[in-house]
Design a protein around this ligand. Structure first.
Ligand SMILES: Nc1ncnc2c1ncn2[C@@H]1O[C@H](COP(=O)(O)OP(=O)(O)O)[C@@H](O)[C@H]1O
Ligand SMILES: [Mg+2]
Length: 378
């Protein structure tokens, strides 16, 4: 008899903290395997009984005792569509005492409607950007992202209502500018300031035919954005290369940007007190408006442009990369490779190259070349 039912909405690491420590846990995947095996044995028994002229009387089998049944988000895919749709009868084959479900799909949760009073719902409280975080960005940003002073000013202004807790919806930002100038890195940095792992989806990675089920939710076994959002750890969300998908998909984001709700056939994610950052390679705000279309463009709380990096900024980034790379070397390697020589030999290569993206590789190659030269001379 079910004594305790818990629905947990949020990331796995925190769900695990709510699970009872003192009891043996059984997962729904384990039960699904067990149940399949039983079913096969049962069929086999019936067949063999028929062939042996129905001699043995059917013995009432005892139900397996399951003190604590747990379902992690990703495990709903391991049980069949029918077990999911009649979940109560599925678990009724067993003697389940307590049940812990992480992010149950809507039609599963619905089956517990009549037991409403007995279901305990826990929602994960996301850490969000606060004033301390805003001050930290103000202090650190020029060292983290070099040569984007204007971005810092616009970003702090845009983030203020979120940090001051004045928003009832997510804060939605559009970054535009050439590649390799610090757009994704800025999102990653805001993620670091807030804490927890940033939620990032790179939209260029999806092909059109797999993007539709991902956005709108297909079979319960497939990946979906709503499900992934429910499992996210962070209140900082990065939709990288947001300019890549077909404009057909834009309307999927209206409700998320307006109200912080993202819903598909199976799942419903709540995204409040969050910052959603969409990066694009548009050259100007005007181009972004034209290509994204007015209805979507109007939904951004701020549209922030990143400049191409000038020679001074590139030089500073190179200097920093040299310092970081040399720090990682051993004592004797540092006698062969000096930060100063490294920087001076690379600076002429920098401006002709592929900007900042190539910098780390240039530094790595130059270090290997120098160390190899030394080793061959010995
Ligand atoms: N302005 C910058 N200051 C410091 N590092 C930068 C800057 N721009 C880019 N980088 C570095 O270059 C790499 C690519 O930057 P990224 O932010 O991903 O570029 P994009 O603007 O295309 O999103 C990262 O490793 C990042 O650390
Ligand atoms: Mg990027």
């Amino acid at each position: 008899m079910l004594k305790k039912i818990v629905f947990f909405y949020g990331p796995k690491y925190n769900f695990k903290r709510h699970l009872p420590k003192s009891r043996a846990l059984t997962t729904i995947s384990e039960l699904a395997i067990y149940s399949d095996r039983k079913m096969r044995e049962h069929t086999f028994k019936i067949q063999s009984r028929r062939s042996s002229d129905g001699a043995a009387a059917e013995k009432q089998e005892e139900r397996l005792s399951v003190p604590c049944l747990v379902a992690y988000s990703e495990q709903y895919a391991s049980i069949s569509e029918s077990a999911l749709h009649s979940f109560l009868s599925f678990i009724d084959q067993f003697e389940v005492e307590s049940l812990y479900l992480q992010n149950p799909p809507a039609h599963l949760a619905e089956q517990f409607r009549n037991m409403h009073s007995r279901v305990r719902v826990i929602k994960y409280e996301y850490k969000t950007l606060d004033m301390e975080g805003l001050k930290r960005i103000n202090r650190e940003y020029p060292q983290v992202i070099i040569g984007q002073e204007e971005v810092k000013r616009r970003l702090l202004t845009a983030l203020y209502p979120l940090a001051a807790n004045k928003l009832a919806k997510p804060l939605v930002l559009l970054f535009y500018g050439p590649t390799g100038v610090g757009k994704s890195e800025t999102a990653r940095y805001i993620g670091d300031v807030v804490g927890q792992r940033l939620f990032r989806r790179q939209f260029s990675m999806f092909h059109s035919n797999e993007f539709a089920p991902y956005l709108f939710g297909g079979r319960h076994t497939g990946d979906s954005l709503a499900k992934d959002l429910m499992e996210r750890e962070s209140s900082v969300i990065l939709f990288d290369e947001f300019d890549k998908p077909n404009p057909l998909f834009h309307s999927a984001f209206y409700q998320l940007f307006d109200e912080g709700i993202y819903e598909d056939r199976n799942y419903r994610a709540e995204v409040k007190n969050a910052v959603i950052i969409c990066t694009t390679n548009y050259a100007s705000a005007n181009e972004a408006r034209e290509r994204l279309g007015a209805p979507l463009f109007a939904r951004f709380d701020a549209v922030i442009g990143f400049r191409p990096l000038d020679d001074g900024a590139l030089g500073d980034i190179l200097k920093r990369s040299c310092r970081e790379a040399v720090c990682k070397l051993s004592d004797w390697e540092r006698k062969i490779v000096s930060e100063e020589d490294l920087y001076r030999s690379l600076i002429p290569l920098l401006y002709g190259g592929d900007g900042v993206r190539g910098v780390k590789r240039l530094v790595r190659e130059k270090i290997s070349e120098t160390l190899l030269g030394d080793a061959l001379r010995r």
